[in-house]
Unconditional design. Sequence first.
Length: 305
Amino acid sequence: MTENTPTVPDIDVMQKAQVLIEALPYIQRFNRKIIVVKYGGSAMVDENLKHSVIQDVVLLKLVGFKPIIVHGGGKEISRWVGKVGMEPHFVNGLRVTDEPTMEIAEMVLNRVNKSLVQLVNELGVKAVGISGKDGMLLKCEKKLSGGEDIGFVGEVTEVNPKIIYDLLEKDFLPIICPIGYDNDFYSYNINADDAACAIARAVNAEKLAFLTDVEGVYRDFNDKSTLISEMTVSEAQDFVASGGLGGGMLPKMQNCIDAITHGVNRVHILDGRIAHCLLLEIFTNKGIGTAIIRDGGERYYKPNS
């Protein structure tokens, strides 16, 4: 080998460089755009997955996105309700959130919120944790189940995003727990999917990503080869009308449709059990979940699909 012969990097290093090059057009396209991440499911319980999600969101922030996290905490609430010896009550399969349960829910969700703030801060990004009560962000009314009262469970009626815009302008990463208030300023627990959808609409988010415990949307749930990588909102509406969705995915898909029809450009349904699922879906040509786009919207460039 002569002095002028360059040393060829090993294959692993070259593959890493190729990954960065593949991500470049997505970074350019979505720079300074808002992305709302609904964080829940197994990714909130498994410590390794929790750290990978937070790393993903921090990276999005550092490459120019404006991420917002909206998180749930149902499993943790259930654990604490059992821990204090309270007997849960259900109506139509939904937990009744009476006043004592609401107190626990608010305590637990705020505790979860600050733990996520700490994880983000540890990675060198400034995060601020708030609830839907802060800045009068999420106003709601009592949500009924089949016409029956299920307690302090709220349905969002109004979003005042000023506090979010203020935080984003000051370069903070907002982390929001889904506690809202009503006309009398009572606290209400809001479904985190509903809260994320309402917030994404209010801030005109470029993207809304739901972290779930499924791989995405299937044409036939029993056939894993039928995963739908990308669909328009009209195709999603037809799919919902066909009755092909299971009970758990139906409200999530309806939230996706609602977000798209009210201005969000793209909604992602991702398997939060896969480490770094956000980066894989947003920054690679193939993606890993299901993306729902506006009718006539630009589809991802996926040359290998």
